[in-house]
Ligand binder design. Structure first.
Ligand code: SAM
Length: 478
């Protein structure tokens, strides 16, 4: 095994000055152990107990605080398994799994993840926003009024965020690529819950990194940026709503310092008790610096690698005073498909799907058709990366279904082939090969959902005795 990356000496000296001697010794000893491999089951697709009987990995539950959270106790490389391609789980540091549990979104709510890429916490929020239920993510979403707005300021990372949410089977989501200020100007204080997973010095990621860039100046610059990002919160959180500030840094300047400073200027926000999480420690009010009298910072959460089964995090859950009195955001100005587009969609749906999608939620953007969330809110002039579920494209004479649609279906929703995870035909499909129709059930020609044990993976099209492969080129295995 390659030697673990050790934290920079200046960082260790700083932690030594902050922590009691025995606590510091335990903290520094954690860097001699490998990072924790966490896996979170996608409850939009499968119940955790069902997944543990299906998955060929050795999984250990992390605790009652999140029944979908596990550690992988072997080197089975779950990132390369077809269940990963089908979005049955997300590989994530267990510390990061505490954010959605702490913010605790409820069904029907309007939720914003302000700094969401690559989408670990956003996928968790999307799962927690739906009450547990049976059926595919799409069936489930059709009866749901919640909306998750997942935003990322960097364009390339916003695309990655959209791809990860597609794999997850998230339907009632809006992915935007914006600055916090422009989001606030477009939406105003309308969100029931807002997550600010702030860009930070990443001090809790040292065990996972090959090399580390750290200095006191980087921490100072991060703290300055974090104050700026958090300053947008009052223009986004509704009265009576909740705000969660999170980092994966240990430095007080980025945590108690930023939150203390925010609270000093905003008497309408205060820290509240988070739900209990096994192994979690408290915030340190004495580390708040000038951030006025934030005794309440003891309600913040610190996760340490020597106390919690993960890399470390800081969380501060806040409530905004007041009650929701507004009428809520204005509805989105939907562009219905043309009559010709609707005909092509209906022909495709009648032949390939067994699930009915409400036509009053269909939205056309050029050739592309989307299923909008039931609660589609106005977006003004924001840069949208994805609104709702991209269904596919209308081409001359036919409709071509999109990959995102496949990923929120099961074999109960569409004409489908169902192969077990170790079936060589599945490996051939994921590698991009066409398949002979002698390998397929006796269905008519046309679009066919390819599934692993019933979970949608992608599309194929039957014609001329073959299943032509439509798995996206970028995802094919070499
Ligand atoms: N929440 C993500 C997840 O769970 O996968 C991780 C987010 S990461 C800690 C912080 C994100 O903030 C990065 O994607 C980064 O691009 C973004 N960011 C950087 N500068 C920002 C700024 N000034 N305002 C808002 N977001 C910013």
């Amino acid at each position: 095994m390659k030697p673990l990356t050790q934290p920079p000496p200046d960082f260790l000296a700083k932690m030594r000055s902050l922590l009691a001697a025995d606590e510091y010794d335990a903290f520094v000893a954690a860097y001699d152990r490998p990072p924790v491999a966490g896996l979170r089951v996608n409850t939009l697709k499968i119940a955790p107990e069902e997944f543990t009987t299906l998955a060929p990995f050795s999984l250990a539950p992390l605790g009652d605080w999140e029944p979908a959270a596990f550690t992988v106790a072997d080197d089975s490389r779950p990132g390369r398994h077809p269940y990963h391609d089908a979005g049955l789980y997300y590989l994530q540091d267990p510390s990061a799994m505490t954010a959605a549990v702490t913010l605790a979104p409820a069904p029907g709510e309007l939720v914003l993840d302000l700094a969401a890429a690559p989408g670990g916490k956003a996928s968790h929020l999307a799962a927690r926003l739906l009450a547990p239920g049976g059926g595919s993510p799409l069936r489930h979403a059709l009866a749901d009024d919640s909306l998750l707005v997942a935003n990322e300021v960097h364009a390339g990372r916003a695309r990655l965020l959209a791809d990860n949410l597609a794999r997850w089977g998230a339907v009632n989501v809006l992915v935007t690529h914006e600055t916090p200020e422009r989001l606030a100007a477009a939406f105003g204080p309308v969100f029931d819950r807002v997550l600010i997973d702030a860009p930070c010095s990443g001090e809790a990621m040292f065990r996972r990194l090959e090399s580390i860039e750290w200095s006191a100046a980087i921490v100072t610059a991060c703290a300055r940026r974090q104050r700026g990002v958090l300053a947008a919160a009052p223009d986004l959180v509704r009265p009576g709503g909740r705000l969660l500030y999170a980092t994966c840094a240990f430095s007080p300047e980025e945590n108690e310092g930023v939150v203390g400073n925010f609270l000093a200027g905003r008497s309408d926000f205060h820290l509240i008790e988070p739900p209990p999480i096994t192994g979690a420690d408290r915030g340190r009010p004495e580390w708040a610096g000038d951030g006025a009298g934030a005794a309440q910072l003891a309600r913040a959460v610190r996760l340490w690698p020597h106390r919690f089964h993960g890399e470390g995090h800081f969380l501060a859950l806040m409530a905004r005073a007041g009650h929701d009195e507004g009428t809520g955001p204005a509805p989105f100005n939907r562009r219905p498909p043309t009559a010709a587009q609707l005909r092509l969609w209906r022909d495709f749906a009648a032949a390939a799907l067994t699930i009915d999608l409400p036509e009053e939620q269909l939205h056309a953007h050029g050739e592309r058709l989307y299923l909008l969330p039931r609660r589609a809110i106005d977006t003004g002039r924001l840069h949208l990366v994805r609104y709702g579920l991209p269904l596919g494209e209308t081409r001359p004479g036919h409709f071509r279904p999109g990959h995102d649609l496949a990923l929120c279906l099961t074999d109960a929703d569409a004409r489908a082939v169902r192969w077990p995870a170790d079936d060589p035909r599945l490996a051939a499909y994921l590698a991009g090969h066409d398949l002979p129709s002698s390998d397929l059930p006796p269905d008519p020609d046309g679009w066919t959902l390819v599934t692993v044990d019933g979970f949608g993976l992608g599309w194929g099209k039957r014609a001329g005795g073959r299943l032509k492969n439509h798995y996206p080129h970028a995802l094919r295995r070499g």
